[in-house]
Design a protein around this ligand. Structure first.
Ligand SMILES: [Zn+2]
Length: 340
């Protein structure tokens, strides 16, 4: 099932292929080596999460645009979890998440970790110029880029996608953290899957990366970007039930929770309520993987922020909460990493 396939070029048959058909067409995760006019390759990964189709749809559009003239720069394209895509799932049951299995992962010794190590080795051998990893999410989020190094070239690459940039060091085993060892790397979050405007934005970004000769070495002007740092990952304990529609559960979150994404929330902001008398607490994982519990306050069984924070990835999709997290909590920082 795993084991990397290698393909030269981008087969014409893929032009009409939907993400759900890629398993049948490709047989498994595949690295495409697509020639281009000049320069070192752009590395792009898509479908690390099988139900996030924007990246592959964007690549199809880019390849169609350049069908006669060829790409301006070579591209290495990794099409990831085609088995999960066939089921329209982020990951299949029993799989390690394809964006938690890259070098640096906690899931060493798994088929998924071996696969990603093979991809990194193949890409390293080609000395990539830039790396981008294209995702969707399920809540109401602006489009934003994520970087794993506070370096001007990485900031410039993320700024080509948009002015909102998130710096993070956890979770481990993500593509952009592994690729950051080789070249400027960014993860781009393109909003919800299946939306034409989101595909168009991803197309523009891939095109910019293909046409750019090199990233400027000069610093980005401070007024040209908003930089945030992920401080904590918030999870709902697996033993606790949850709802967003007011139905009885251990955690009854407010129905408009995903409208809070990327807003500056003050201490005391309500996320909802927990079951009266229950002892469940949200799990808080910090950037270093330690546990801390002063982020939320449970007085009177209300679930309130105990300190100011900016949430991202809040979603009303219970499945997404179970597979990943309820949200990330961020703080605004300056380019040197200090609180802004
Ligand atoms: Zn994703």
């Amino acid at each position: 099932m795993t084991g990397l396939r290698r393909v030269e070029g981008f087969p014409a048959a893929l032009a009409a292929c939907r993400t759900g058909d890629l398993l049948r067409t490709l047989g498994g995760p595949t690295l495409f080596d697509i020639p281009g006019a000049r320069g070192r390759p752009l590395f792009v990964s898509v479908l690390l999460h099988g139900n996030e189709d924007t990246g592959f749809e964007a690549i199809k559009a880019v390849m169609a645009r350049h069908a006669t003239s060829g790409l301006p720069r070579p591209m290495l394209l990794f099409v990831g979890n085609v088995a999960a895509a066939a089921a329209n799932l982020r990951s299949l049951p029993g799989q390690v998440d394809y964006n938690r299995a890259w070098p640096g992962t906690a899931f060493t010794g798994t088929p998924e970790a071996a696969l990603m190590a093979e991809v990194v080795d193949a890409v390293r051998a080609r000395a990539p110029e830039f790396s981008i990893d294209i995702h969707n999410n399920t809540g109401l989020n602006p489009h934003y880029g994520c970087i794993n190094r506070l370096d001007d070239r990485y900031l410039h690459l993320a700024r080509l996608f948009g002015r909102t940039i998130v710096y993070f060091t956890a979770p481990h085993g993500v593509q952009s953290a592994a690729m950051a060892e080789l070249c400027p790397a960014v993860t781009v979050e393109c909003g919800k899957a299946g939306v034409a405007a989101n595909i168009a934005h991803a197309v523009d970004f891939v095109e910019a990366c293909l046409h750019l000769r090199e990233l400027p070495a000069t610093p980005l002007a401070a007024q040209d970007f908003d930089l945030l740092r992920t401080g904590w990952i918030v999870r709902v304990p697996s033993a606790a039930s949850l709802s967003f529609d007011g139905s009885a559960a251990d955690f009854v979150f407010r129905p408009d929770l995903d409208h809070l994404n990327f807003s500056e929330l003050v201490a005391g902001t309500s996320f909802g309520r927990r079951r009266a008398g229950a002892a469940h607490r949200l799990e808080i994982v910090d950037g270093g993987g330690g546990h801390i519990d002063e982020v939320f306050d449970y007085a009177g069984d209300a679930v309130r922020l105990a300190q100011a924070a900016i949430p991202a990835m809040l979603t009303r999709d219970v499945n997404a909460v179970r597979l990943d997290c309820l949200c990330y909590l961020m703080q605004r920082i300056a380019r040197d990493g200090r609180p802004a």
